[in-house]
Design a protein around this ligand. Structure first.
Ligand SMILES: [Zn+2]
Length: 296
């Protein structure tokens, strides 16, 4: 079932496990990840980056999600403009990630607060970022700069009302050049100060033990797009698709993706947690009798 991302991250935070956030590039990838979620009885989060036609991607996710009995959310990832965020809200996703992490604190708060009010008004969840998660191919610099301050994170959540917060604790986006070093002490301090679901961007390649430990320290959503893409490619390279076996290309992608995502559920600890999510209505404004006009 298609649910607000808040339902999934709240339950994950309370249960001290994380939920993988995986890519949603096409029908095959979306169906395979949902199949994995059903077989593992796990909640699932999709990240969407289709800026050309996000409505179509979210339509597919919602349609397939509503055919199964595990909670599924979709989050428009790294929306960096007001227009992009509002497009996300209107496109049928169940969360937006409003990324203002390169702005000064006050500007980040002002933008995210405004977007949180818009998103929440129609039952869409919102994630923001404080500190800045950089790029893995510039890890020597990005891995240690702009890390999240625990007290500032606490203030940011109170100032904006975001449903979850992406924090910079030593991970980076994409493939790493160098070995990722996660600042667990900082993460522990952020968790103690915030008591709110946290998000780990750049989870790919950061080490399974590290991810598991992060999920015990408040991380409720782990972005692992690069892992899914890279391992899919590796799986295909190891698959014999010669001659007429080429007809099996998409079936192979499906099977490889199912296995990757099922493994990610094990890494984050979300196997069997589907029932722990409270799966309420996506839009609280639609609850009750829609034709009740007696209050006019
Ligand atoms: Zn990210």
């Amino acid at each position: 079932m298609f649910v607000p991302m808040k339902n999934i991250v709240d339950a994950a935070y309370a249960g001290k496990y994380g939920v993988p956030a995986v890519p949603s590039n096409d029908e095959v990838q979306i169906r395979a990840a949902i199949q994995a979620a059903v077989e593992s009885r796990s909640p699932l989060i999709f990240l969407t980056n289709n800026r050309k036609d996000p409505h179509f991607t979210h339509y597919m996710i919602k349609r397939f999600a509503d055919e199964v009995d595990v909670p599924v959310a979709s989050c428009l990832d790294h929306s960096r403009t007001f227009e992009d965020c509002v497009l996300g809200v209107s496109s049928g996703c169940s969360a937006i990630m409003a990324d203002r992490s390169t702005l000064p604190y006050e500007e980040n708060v002002a933008d995210v607060l405004r977007l949180a009010q818009i998103a929440h008004a129609v039952g869409v969840s919102i994630e923001a970022e404080l500190g800045h998660v950089g790029q893995g191919d510039n890890y020597a610099v990005d891995g240690v700069s702009a890390l999240t301050d625990p007290e500032e994170a606490k203030r940011f959540i109170a100032d904006t009302g975001v449903d979850c917060l992406a924090v910079a604790v030593g991970t980076a986006h994409g493939a790493y050049v160098g070995t990722p070093k996660i600042d667990f002490e900082r993460l522990k301090e952020i968790d103690a100060a915030c008591q709110h679901p946290l998000v780990l961007h750049g989870g790919s390649g950061s080490g399974e033990d590290n991810i598991h430990r992060c999920c015990e320290l408040g991380v409720a959503k782990v972005n692992v797009v690069n892992d899914v893409m890279r391992l899919t490619l590796e799986g295909l390279k190891n698959t014999d698709l010669s001659g007429n076996k080429a007809y099996g290309l998409y079936a192979a992608i499906n099977d490889i993706t199912v296995n990757i995502v099922k493994h990610l559920f094990e890494v984050t600890g979300s196997v069997g947690k589907a029932a722990s999510c409270c799966c309420g209505s996506k839009n609280s404004a639609s609850e009750g009798n829609p034709f009740d006009s007696t209050k006019e």
